[in-house]
Design a protein around this ligand. Structure first.
Ligand code: SF4
Ligand code: SF4
Length: 326
């Protein structure tokens, strides 16, 4: 039986719904499409005029601009994104691939980010109208303050998301700058407007976790409570292997996020999306609530993996269970 939900029934603001385009965001995302294809940008466009949901994206920013703190935090993030990069050194550093990758640990040790990984770039991660020439995607993760995220859908949670996107952007800029000082071109990719690539697939490929029913990545260390940024480069980093924690098995018998989602945007089963069977969030249902609550984040907050200290124990328990079942 579904748990009680104090946010249901959710009635979207008619002024927002008047901005909805005729096309479904799920159609843009390829829900129900059996053939693989590259993703199309459905939201978080650098220029809102480039997407069908551009007016709804503008509404999101207009809503949160009315709440104290968002404008200042977004301005601080923009300052980070706009900061100049160091000049490109004339001679590219020559090092072993494993040494390049090991060097990333120092950015975690310094607190710039909380996790790094490296994936070999795949064409299918780039948006349909973008070409990414670089061979490597360095993925960076930053963990939310759980107490702030746990306030979702209050504005404090949305403010924490902007704080961590800023931190993720600063880490991407710092690592890209370091690479340029080593004589290698590097392009920082900062969220939420990544512009070139979708971040979740490369993050899965390089060990950040598995996709949960709520459409966000889950790993034992951060649960689902983290944000991503990336750096694109040709510096010859060794790739980081994927990791599996039996998240699929867990999600199949858990419905906490399904019950907690005010607009009932989470499917109980995996869906076919551009030729892949995976957990998927109903974009058209999620977006109006997301927009009216400055980014919602309820599904991330309620996920048991996100609670501090829980994910590691869960992963160990699931690994033991899988071992017994072999
Ligand atoms: S972010 Fe979207 S999917 Fe998640 S709980 Fe909120 S409305 Fe539901
Ligand atoms: S709340 Fe439960 S079903 Fe939803 S993503 Fe987390 S573990 Fe999976």
């Amino acid at each position: 039986m579904a748990r009680p939900n104090r946010h249901r029934p959710f009635r979207p603001d008619p002024a927002q719904m008047a901005l909805a385009p005729a096309v479904s965001g799920n159609a843009i995302n390829g829900l129900g499409e059996a053939e693989p294809r590259r993703p199309r940008m459905v939201y978080w466009a650098p220029d809102a005029d480039d997407i069908a949901h551009g007016d709804m994206q503008r509404y999101f920013y207009q809503q949160s601009a009315k709440v104290l703190g968002f404008a200042d935090k977004r301005a601080a993030r923009q300052e980070v994104i706009d900061a100049p990069m160091p000049p490109l050194a004339a001679t590219p550093r020559d090092a072993r691939p494993e040494d390049w990758t090991a060097d990333l640990a120092r950015f975690v040790e310094a607190g710039d980010c909380d996790r790094t990984g490296v994936a070999a770039m795949r064409a299918e991660w780039a948006y349909a109208d973008r070409t990414v020439p670089q061979s490597r995607v360095i993925v960076l993760g930053v963990q939310h303050d759980y107490d702030q995220i746990a306030t979702a859908p209050e504005p404090e949670a949305g403010l924490e998301v902007v704080t961590q996107y800023t931190r993720a952007a600063a880490a991407a800029k710092k690592i890209a700058g370091w690479l340029r000082e080593q004589g290698w071109e590097a392009e920082p990719v900062t969220g939420p407007m990544t512009s070139a690539i979708t971040l979740i697939p490369p993050a899965i490929a390089c060990g950040f976790g598995e996709l949960g029913k709520h459409g966000s990545l889950i790993n034992p260390e951060f649960g689902a409570s983290f944000r991503l940024s990336a750096v694109l480069t040709d510096a010859p980093f060794a790739t980081t292997p994927p990791r599996a924690f039996h998240v699929d098995d867990f999600c199949a018998s858990c419905q906490i996020c399904e019950d907690a989602c005010p607009p009932a945007a989470l499917f109980p089963e995996k869906q076919t999306v551009r030729g892949e069977t995976k957990w998927y969030v109903d974009f058209d249902r999620c977006l109006p609530f997301f927009n009216q609550t400055h980014g919602c984040a309820i599904c991330i907050a309620v996920c048991p993996w996100s609670r501090p200290g829980v994910g590691i124990n869960l992963a160990e328990k699931l690994a033991r269970r899988a071992e017994r079942a072999r």
